[in-house]
Design a protein around this ligand. Structure first.
Ligand SMILES: *Cc1c(COP(=O)(O)O)cnc(C)c1O
Length: 401
């Protein structure tokens, strides 16, 4: 938002996570409402012509137009920034509005971007299909291969983009190491933190410059609205990102902002309970003769477990399992009674996804194989149901194989 009145707010109180998730950023109106209000207003009224002028020159730090900022949206931005430990946040209409703005606001024709190749499909579209149309080249590397990152940065880069854990293989990228390499090359590092959530991973503390979220996932966590956020330094958000979003129109609407703001109150409780369920599922299913693979970042047998321990404060809510082939995967999915077949994640309801035929269907079979998206791979998002019921549901369904 423009002229954020919170820029002049005193430093944050040092509250712990759950306290700031229930109180940080609140702006009470003259009515003293207990719960945060929804300001469903596009524009703002000024008491005089002079006041309108002062608002536009920036002398008076207040709201102008909801595409630039809105009190409910600002409450959400401030609360999320406090959780992330970021100086500033700009909330967006969706996760993809956040990703596209974080990248496009930084690059210009002739620039290079380096990215890990295991990315959410729409992020791949931006980097692979869209950027070249505007003269920006993307170099894709295996996110776990630091020599490949080093080589890719040799030619210089404007920015780097990673997702960790990556969808759907849950491969990890070492945020500390890649941010150091990016900075040596004069590039910024953007981390898509949707899978880990702001509860289990703090990329800015690990050296990243910009964090992006799909708030649609864990932050809403109840399958209701789309939303997103970009977080970084005040300088980056106000000078680089804000002009881009303000004028291209990716702002979050106040009603969705209110739902997401209220969701933050329970985020820590929800995500920790979901991660406990994911860990229990992984534990119960590991070693099952029906599975050819089980990947959970919280387990010591994860291929990048050392990186997980160094940068994640928990194993997360997601796990991936592999059965023999697509027919077996479909039989398991159709036999599940609690896990719902969908492509969302981080939800209160546990979800099963078959990436090869849904989220990654657009890719060629060769590309899917390269990314580890095999025909038997299932992505599981643990929800808020009783974890024992989830284990029973999955074990019963596996008998269908
Ligand atoms: C869902 C998702 C996005 C896109 O978010 P939307 O809110 O659907 O626009 C981006 N990155 C990752 C990792 C995601 O899971």
């Amino acid at each position: 938002m423009t002229q954020d009145p919170t820029d002049s707010k005193p430093a944050r109180s040092g509250w712990r996570t759950r306290t700031l998730l229930t109180h940080e950023g609140i702006r009470r109106s003259q009515f003293g409402e207990l719960s945060e209000a929804i300001f469903l207003t596009q524009a703002f009224a000024y008491p005089s012509a002079e006041a309108a002028e002062a608002r536009f020159t920036g002398e008076d730090p207040g709201f102008i137009y909801a595409r630039y900022g809105n009190p409910t949206v600002a409450m959400f931005e401030d609360r999320l920034a406090a959780l992330e430990g970021a100086e500033a946040c700009f909330a967006t209409a969706s996760g993809m509005a956040a990703v596209s703005a974080a990248i496009l606001s930084q690059v210009q024709a002739g620039d290079r971007v380096v990215a890990s190749k295991a990315l959410f499909g729409s992020c791949l579209y931006i980097l692979e299909n869209l950027l070249p149309r505007y003269g920006v080249e993307t170099i894709f590397v295996d996110g776990a291969d630091l020599d490949a990152w080093r080589a890719a940065f040799k030619g210089g880069a404007r920015t780097a983009f990673i997702e960790t854990p990556a969808n759907p293989t849950l491969d990890l990228v070492d945020i500390r190491a890649v941010s150091a390499l990016a900075h040596e090359a004069g590039a910024t590092l953007i981390v898509d933190n949707a899978f880990a959530s702001p509860i289990f991973q703090h990329p800015l503390r690990l050296g990243a410059d910009v964090v992006v979220y799909s708030a649609t996932k864990h932050i809403d966590g109840q399958g209701r609205v789309l939303g997103g956020a970009v977080l970084g330094t005040t300088k980056f958000i106000r000078e680089t990102l804000e002009p881009f979003i303000k004028h291209t129109g990716g702002a979050l609407n106040p009603f969705s902002a209110w739902l997401l703001l209220k969701s933050l109150e329970t985020l820590d409780l929800r995500v920790r309970a979901q991660a406990e369920a994911a860990a229990l599922l992984a534990e119960a299913l590991a070693g099952s003769p029906k599975l050819t693979k089980l990947v959970y970042p919280g387990r010591a047998d994860h291929p990048h477990h050392a990186v997980a321990k160094a940068q994640m404060e928990g194993g997360g809510t997601m796990l991936s399992v592999e059965v023999a082939d697509q027919a077996a995967a479909f039989r398991v999915m159709n036999a599940l009674r609690i896990f719902t077949i969908s492509n969302n994640l981080g939800d209160a309801k546990s979800i099963v996804t078959h990436p090869a035929t849904t989220t990654h269907q657009r890719l060629t079979p060769e590309k899917r194989a390269e990314l580890g998206v095999s025909p038997g791979l299932l992505r599981l998002s643990a929800g808020l149901e009783d974890p024992e019921d989830l284990v029973e549901d999955f074990q019963t369904a596996l008998k269908a194989v």
